[in-house]
Ligand binder design. Structure first.
Ligand code: G3P
Ligand code: MG
Length: 247
């Protein structure tokens, strides 16, 4: 039901390195992590990049929406100094670069499709799935990344573009119709916020035969609690506190 790694570094290297950058993946490796979650968004000119926020200001200097910026405007921006001066010089990472790096280093991936705006949902799902499918042509089973998204529409588009790639439906609060949604997406797992999970909901998801993944668990006591509930895997910001092989 969950053939994939069980503990993942959130956004590349958790909060120890700039999120969604190669520095993040490197930091994960230094902490023994060979599995990561990251976010993928499209620029205006449809370059899939690793990015969480739909706008500049927090992890990138200046202002402006990612969906209204071309890759050429973004590629040279400082993407590491916001967290710590020692990361100065880090740049944004394209999906292609991220996939290449993770494949070369043996990092398993949960690729979160993160449309910058609702109107880009389908296209973001489609292009992300196509890029991943190209890189994983001929591979199957546990080697494949899991594509996830809060956007049902994006995941449907991903399914149409690359049906063989496994999908996880990502929700903050588990909705009433979760099972119908998972069926429609032919998903392998439900990804959810551990803060809203209950033992009975966890049991229902597991009884229905799906994988159950939680975000973002930052202490081991909580991890152990949800493990008792049947949770298969989780991502963490605290790769320094939680050992990659703790489960
Ligand atoms: O995929 C799990 C988690 O990353 C979802 O929330 O906002 O950190 O992308 P967020
Ligand atoms: Mg994410």
């Amino acid at each position: 039901m969950w053939p994939y790694p069980r503990i993942l570094a959130h956004r590349g290297g958790g909060t120890l390195a700039p999120e969604n950058t190669l520095a993040g993946f490197r930091c994960g490796l230094e902490h023994g992590y060979r599995a990561a979650e990251f976010d993928v968004m499209l620029t205006r000119d449809e370059v899939p990049i690793l990015m969480h926020d739909p706008q500049r200001g927090r992890t990138l200097p200046g202002a402006g929406k990612i969906a209204e910026s071309d890759w050429a405007e973004l590629r040279d921006l400082e993407a590491g100094a916001w967290l710590d001066a020692r990361f100065a010089g880090e740049r944004l990472c394209t999906l292609e670069q991220g996939l290449d790096f993770c494949l070369a280093e043996g990092i398993w991936m949960n690729v979160e499709i993160k449309p910058a705006a609702a109107e880009f949902a389908r296209r973001t799902g489609e292009l992300t799935a196509q890029a991943v499918a190209r890189r994983f042509a001929g591979k199957s089973g546990a080697a494949l990344p899991v594509l996830s998204s809060f956007s049902f529409e994006a995941l449907l588009a991903a399914k149409e573009a690359a049906p063989a790639l496994p999908r996880g439906y990502l929700v903050d609060v588990i909705p009433e119709d979760w099972q119908a949604r998972l069926e429609q997406l032919q998903a392998v797992a439900l990804h959810t916020n551990h803060k809203h999970l209950t033992p009975s909901l966890a049991a229902a998801v597991k009884t229905a035969g799906y994988g159950l993944f939680c975000y973002t668990v930052n202490d081991m006591a909580r991890a152990e609690e949800i493990r008792q509930w049947g949770v298969d895997a989780f991502c963490t910001d605290r790769i320094d506190l939680i050992a990659a092989d703790a489960w």
